[in-house]
Design a protein around this ligand. Structure first.
Ligand SMILES: [Zn+2]
Length: 296
């Protein structure tokens, strides 16, 4: 089926209490593993792309790959741009066929973040593309952005309310609640109380960034607290490389590239399926589709 926008299905996921996985693709093979993993479990899925990856492959190839993958399955697939700080890049993705985008103005002062997010909001509303925006500073490394532990900043509750009031139709909102990008050193310290306050005040699904390394219990608590979009990137990157290395170590004489690509696909797909199982979105493709048809 055609690519879908993520807003209605995330709203439905929040209402029904499950999470939709948003996996960062690296290339065609990884995008295929993401869609195939979701398809095997009849789950809705978000394929997301970092700005760095978009610039590496180009706008059109990525849009074409994911559109083709989506066309061959019956589950809802959204193509999302992750952590974009540049409105021109965002515009080009919208023009190339992305169905949802994130504008990340979190490193800007509040007023400037709001102003630029509103520009992104206008752009996406016109094109009927879903928008994600961020408040606070999510720690760790994402693309070329490095935020160390000391600079990571939880979202300010009042700012969250003001921000969302001006963008009533945000598809998903990403307040920093203590999770971080990359690999956690200890257990992630999630500010559940803040998540609860935000969820009670704002009727918009929440995005959980830094999903790699969270425990099953943490996922469940965050989903129960209003998180509907669950981002996974680091684990996918680790498997992308380690699957190649492991196969070469097992069979040093193997030189057929397709065997490595098949192994990579298999391992990434398995991870996607495990995560979908934990998030509770197995078998929810039909439910998500109904929300899209209903437009809410
Ligand atoms: Zn993120």
């Amino acid at each position: 089926m055609a690519l879908v926008t993520m807003g209605p299905m995330l709203k439905r996921a929040r209402t029904k209490g499950y999470g939709i996985a948003a996996y960062n693709m690296i290339d065609y093979n990884s995008a295929r593993a993401i869609v195939e993993g979701a398809c095997a479990l009849d789950a809705p899925i978000i394929v997301q792309v970092s700005v760095k990856t978009v610039k590496h492959w180009g706008y059109k190839p990525i849009a074409l790959w994911v559109r083709e993958l989506s066309a061959s399955v019956d589950i809802p697939v959204a193509l999302h741009l992750d952590h974009c700080t540049d409105l021109d890049v965002l515009r080009r993705c919208v023009d190339a066929g992305w169905t949802s985008v994130m504008f990340d103005g979190s490193s800007l002062p509040f007023a400037e973040n709001l102003e630029k997010s509103l520009k992104a909001y206008e752009m996406t509303q016109e094109a009927r593309v879903g928008l994600e925006a961020e408040i606070g500073a999510i720690g760790g490394v994402e693309d070329d952005k490095h935020i160390n532990e000391d600079d990571a900043r939880l979202a300010n509750f009042d700012e969250c309310v003001r921000f969302v009031r001006d963008m009533p139709n945000l598809a998903v909102f990403a307040p920093a609640i203590g999770t971080a990008h990359g690999v956690y050193k200890g257990e992630a310290k999630i500010a559940y109380d803040l998540l609860e306050r935000i969820t009670n005040a704002i009727d918009i699904p929440i995005a959980l960034h830094g999903g790699t390394g969270l425990t099953e219990q943490q996922f469940h608590r965050c989903i129960a607290g209003g998180c509907a979009k669950v981002n996974i990137s680091t684990m996918h990157k680790i498997l992308f490389i380690n699957s190649f290395v492991a196969l070469k170590q097992e069979k040093p004489k193997l030189e057929e590239p397709l065997a490595f690509i098949a192994r990579q696909n298999e391992e990434m797909k398995e991870d996607v399926m495990t995560v979908i199982g934990v998030l509770g979105s197995s078998g929810k493709a039909g439910d998500a589709l109904q929300s899209i048809i209903a437009g809410k």
